[in-house]
Design a protein around this ligand. Structure first.
Ligand SMILES: [Zn+2]
Length: 172
């Protein structure tokens, strides 16, 4: 089975556009001035969860839903935190369906680097919109990688889908 979440490439702290700031981007980016959310691909940041675009997407609209608290394992979440995370996953998935009209969505968690997590010490859930026949999308992805403005276009396209959520990024 082809499983895109097993091939995770995500911005790591050593990437130049993450700056010199050490530490965890899933903690640091949501803690920045909300005016920086758009450039940091943060769609939502509230006390319980964060929604970010994946900088190296496997399909247009590839987002991550991340618990605000820095935990590595699903089992590290308190039951109410897990409930809140999965309510957010459900909501964001519904919004992706409504706004991007995918034919399917992969929901995936890589727990630990052996499981493919690029950032293994902060749990995150991948949501990857899928279309029949999209196995050719690597060409699109390659295009996205060399043309970062496409990520901003995706941000703008998804913004109306998340604008109603608490902690949504400032309106573009
Ligand atoms: Zn973290």
């Amino acid at each position: 089975m082809w499983a895109p979440w097993r091939m995770e490439y995500i911005l790591s702290p050593k990437d130049k556009d993450a700056g010199a700031r050490p530490g965890c981007i899933f903690c640091n980016f949501p803690a920045t001035d909300p005016r920086k959310f758009r450039e940091n691909l943060v769609l939502v940041a509230n006390a319980r969860y964060v929604v970010m675009l994946n900088r190296y997407p496997f399909a247009a609209g590839h987002v991550m839903v991340i618990p605000r608290r820095h935990v590595a394992l699903l089992q590290d979440l308190a039951p109410d935190e897990a409930d809140e995370l999965f309510r957010a996953v459900r909501e964001v998935g519904a919004q992706l369906r409504a706004h991007l009209a995918p034919q399917g969505i992969n929901f995936g968690i890589n727990e630990g680097s052996a499981a493919g997590a690029g950032i293994a010490d902060h749990l995150h859930v991948h949501l990857v919109p899928r279309w029949h026949g999209d196995t050719n999308f690597m060409a699109v992805v390659a295009d996205l990688r060399v043309m970062p403005e496409h990520l901003d276009a995706t941000f703008l396209r998804l913004y109306p889908a998340i604008a109603h959520l608490p902690g949504a990024a400032p309106a573009p």
